[in-house]
Design a protein around this ligand. Structure first.
Ligand SMILES: [Zn+2]
Length: 290
């Protein structure tokens, strides 16, 4: 049922205008009569119409209905609620054996009410030790079983706590968590990384620099994946074991007697072979004479 467009909006609080439909008038009368004791829901149920219609009509005719639901409920709760002295006595009686939540359920009041009464009386309830210990044991079990394999969010979900709390619980039981380490080589497959680390002509630092990272970062990533690099250092070490050195100019491996001593280097050999050294010296002499 809707009001015709011809019906003008009357001034707030005015009586229904003449010619108004009788049902609209009945609704308004009901709202005026029961407004202070009944909710819109109840009035709607009484008249057999919808909540929306009642509320919109009341708004249209400027009827300000006091909000009663909250008051009613509060009144009802107060009627059923035991007085504060009884609540306090019950809390004190069960303080060492029951949790606050259980006492609240026992009295049929809310947890807030229990806390309020305790705060007002300045009473501090001890923790129920057995329950606390049971909770701790439960947490420990979960954290020990999944702490090293699951993320903190997942652990939190299992424990029913937040991520930060899950972290605290892990610390409490000294659970070693797998650390997530960011690496610039993280995107590479192990196959790609193995190929990258097998460049006997370059040092590890040079390889890493080409990829835009530091040698340490590359070394760490290789170590993490268990990949053995084969770079300049490994190649030289292998040659050294065979009694050979590597000339950095002609890029050939030659026996020890083809090198001079080079005390500053780890291999104790010069970086150029005797032949290359001779050529270099000749060129230098030539340049100097010019
Ligand atoms: Zn050479």
């Amino acid at each position: 049922m809707r009001i015709s467009a011809a019906t003008k909006k009357p001034a707030p609080g005015s009586k229904p205008v003449r010619g108004m439909r009788s049902r609209t008038a009945a609704v308004l009368a009901a709202v005026r009569k029961h407004g202070s004791t009944k909710t819109y829901d109840e009035i709607a149920a009484m008249l057999g119409t919808t909540l929306y219609r009642i509320a919109s009509l009341a708004a249209r005719y400027g009827i300000k209905k006091p909000y009663v639901a909250g008051k009613l409920r509060a009144k009802q709760r107060l009627q059923h609620r035991p007085d504060n002295a009884t609540i306090l006595a019950t809390i004190k009686a069960h303080a060492t054996t029951k949790s606050r939540r259980e006492i609240a359920a026992l009295l049929g009041v809310s947890l807030c009410c229990i806390c309020y009464v305790m705060r007002r009386a300045g009473f501090k309830k001890p923790l129920v030790q057995s329950k606390r210990l049971a909770t701790l044991a439960h947490q420990r079990e979960i954290v020990l079983a999944h702490g090293s394999t699951h993320s903190l969010v997942e652990l939190g979900r299992m424990l029913g706590v937040c991520r930060q709390r899950a972290w605290q619980i892990c610390n409490r039981w000294r659970v070693k968590r797998k650390k997530y380490v960011y690496s610039k080589f993280g995107w590479m497959s192990s196959r790609q990384l193995r190929k990258l680390a097998r460049q006997p002509d370059k040092s590890l630092a040079a390889i890493a620099a080409e990829a835009g990272a530091t040698g340490t970062a590359l070394a760490k990533e290789l170590h993490r994946r268990g990949i053995e690099p084969f770079t300049k250092r490994e190649r030289n070490a292998r040659l050294l074991k065979k009694g050979m050195g590597f000339c950095s100019l002609c890029r050939r491996a030659k026996p020890f007697d083809q090198f001079r001593r080079g005390d500053s280097r780890s291999s104790r050999l010069d970086n150029r072979c005797l032949e290359c050294r001779r050529v270099c010296a000749a060129q230098w002499r030539k340049r100097r004479l010019k």
